[in-house]
Design a protein around this ligand. Structure first.
Ligand SMILES: NC(=O)c1ccc[n+]([C@@H]2O[C@H](COP(=O)([O-])OP(=O)(O)OC[C@H]3O[C@@H](n4cnc5c(N)ncnc54)[C@H](OP(=O)(O)O)[C@@H]3O)[C@@H](O)[C@H]2O)c1
Length: 254
């Protein structure tokens, strides 16, 4: 039903984890894909080979989304090599798990640059391409329950995600009449490289069964990618500035 053939998608932080699953899902739906990474070049190349085997055009771009010049160069590459951009998935994030009391100015700046300011850099650079897409341009931003819930060791990331979600809504206001949708996917806990580093990760993963209403089924990166695909498709043209929660029901459970 969802056919993104002929479209081009850029997924930030797609060398690993949820971003990787999003890039693959968009490619399976027909899109050509630009993979973005910083340190995991080998993983990005492996994903590119997998996407190329599906018959899609694919490229890997090393760019730190927190750096405006890197973002401008990456979007310039997309313009030059692909000539268009239909879908931007902003997934890259950083932060480190620590108490707020142990957070330094350096930690704060890194999280805010990578997780928040990045959306300003990305949309300043990419809006002209997204606006000139043949159908509505689609921006999907990855956020988390830390925007409105207090989670252990998650204050800095949660605060940055709250800012990111608010920024996404304001971008929707600025770009909506110019042919671009901006929406947020708020994911529940998914086992990835980053969450495996959470203090008490094993207990948290085990505890998911009691929080969600999905029986034995645990939330995986591909489930989040399916929601991203919906928001990247024409099926969601009238969904604007919204947050779609994908967590198996965990957030409504006391
Ligand atoms: N996992 C969860 O439970 C969960 C829940 C809710 C929301 N989320 C959100 O989902 C997104 C992905 O999470 P994840 O768990 O999949 O993370 P992950 O496994 O740690 O992967 C992070 C990805 O972001 C990239 N990245 C980090 N800093 C970057 C930068 N400055 N510029 C460009 N790319 C950068 C990494 O690339 P390199 O390896 O190449 O550096 C990697 O591909 C994040 O926004 C996260 O907040 C995750």
């Amino acid at each position: 039903m969802i056919d993104l053939s002929g479209k081009v998608a850029l997924v930030t932080g797609s060398s690993r984890g949820i971003g990787r699953a999003c890039a693959l899902r968009l490619a399976e739906a027909g899109a050509d894909v630009v993979i973005n990474y910083v340190t995991s070049g080998r993983e990005a190349d492996e994903l590119a080979a997998q996407i190329a085997a599906l018959g899609r055009n694919v490229a890997c771009v090393r760019a730190d989304v927190g750096q405006e010049e890197d973002v401008e160069d990456m979007v310039g590459f997309v313009r030059q090599e692909f000539g268009r951009l239909d879908v931007l998935v902003h997934n890259a994030a950083t932060g480190g798990f620590r108490p707020l009391a142990a957070t330094t100015q350096r930690h704060f700046d890194a999280a805010m640059h990578t997780n928040v300011l990045s959306l300003v850099h990305l949309l300043k650079a990419a809006a002209p391409l997204l606006e000139s897409a043949t159908a509505r341009g689609k921006v999907v931003v990855l956020s988390s329950h830390g925007t409105h819930m207090a989670l252990p060791m998650y204050g800095l990331i949660g605060g940055s995600k709250a800012a990111l979600t608010a920024l996404a809504r304001h971008w929707a206001l600025e770009l909506g009449d110019r042919g671009v949708n901006v929406n947020v996917v708020e994911a529940g806990l998914v086992e990835t490289d980053s969450t495996r580093r959470l203090p008490g990760a094993a207990e948290m993963f085990a505890g998911r069964k009691h929080k969600t209403m999905m029986g034995e089924r645990m939330l995986e990166a591909c489930d989040v990618a399916d929601a991203v695909l919906f928001l990247a498709s024409p099926l969601s043209d009238l969904v604007q500035g919204q947050t779609l929660v994908v967590d198996g029901g965990a957030a409504i459970h006391v």
